[in-house]
Write a protein that binds this ligand. Sequence first.
Ligand SMILES: C[S@@+](CC[C@H](N)C(=O)[O-])C[C@H]1O[C@@H](n2cnc3c(N)ncnc32)[C@H](O)[C@@H]1O
Length: 300
Amino acid sequence: MSANAATPLAASRRTAGDALARATQRLADAGVAQPRLDAALLLAAAMGISRERVLLDGDRALGRAEQCYGGFIARRAAREPVSRILGTKEFWSLPLGIDVHVFDPRPDSETVVEAALATIPERSAPMAVLDLGTGSGAFVLALLSELPAAHGVGIDASAGAVAVARANAAVLGLDRRCRFIVADWGAAIAGRFGLVVVNPPYIARGDIAGLAPEVGHEPRRALDGGADGLDAYRALLADMPRLLADGAAAVVELGDGQAAAVAELCRAHGLRVESVRRDFGGIARAAVVRAAHTSRKGLE
Ligand SMILES: C[S@@+](CC[C@H](N)C(=O)[O-])C[C@H]1O[C@@H](n2cnc3c(N)ncnc32)[C@H](O)[C@@H]1O
């Protein structure tokens, strides 16, 4: 066993500062991109204190947190994401529970929420929101937190994901305005919606193995977009016109470099891309899509 294997931190190095330095080095050796940040976040969680206190209280004794921290660091060194180790991820400033059944919601995906909110002329008006492939419920819960009179439906093919989304809605006090269904995209839906959001699996199957080791902890169904990454777009865009109320928009998350192909699929299904919003990295991330024959005025 190597010196930095998954054993509790040595008894002679019991201060938070020592533990943090040692864990940071171990994560750096494992190729973790932000080793000190992750080591500090995990130490704060193990000690039950804020990250700021971890950095300020370097002389504080680790005490009973030592073993827990050793376990956290072993998992992060095996490239499990911090959010999965801690079982929680912040999205749109909402704390969301995360487990093995759900995709870890990404900061880039907040672009979809921004684009979706920008389509809504009056945020206090009643509205029906549909979230296809809801995962943790990230999109629909973020939107309901901003739209006080809206109701939502979240759909996922994974029963485990739907259970997580329901629990998140309850914790956030949004469960009365949102229900979750296990189904294949919109197949179980009869009505029409004022807003549809979707972040489909869009990684080309052959690319998955080459992604960062952290991605290997995501459910395969949340990633695999088929041979060219576009299978899910093909399936759900074909059904989209039936799900959109008059003048309504769908906001579709895009993988890097997929904007043109998705626009082409939209055209093939009687839809048009009205605008594309870029994420903080400058990548075209969210397409605002409407029925080809409607204009934004249809909503006003
Ligand atoms: C990339 S994840 C997005 C999750 C969440 N919307 C987010 O952005 O964090 C894609 C989601 O689509 C779900 N999914 C995949 N195929 C599906 C299908 N045929 N019908 C419904 N959901 C599906 C997956 O289970 C997964 O939760």
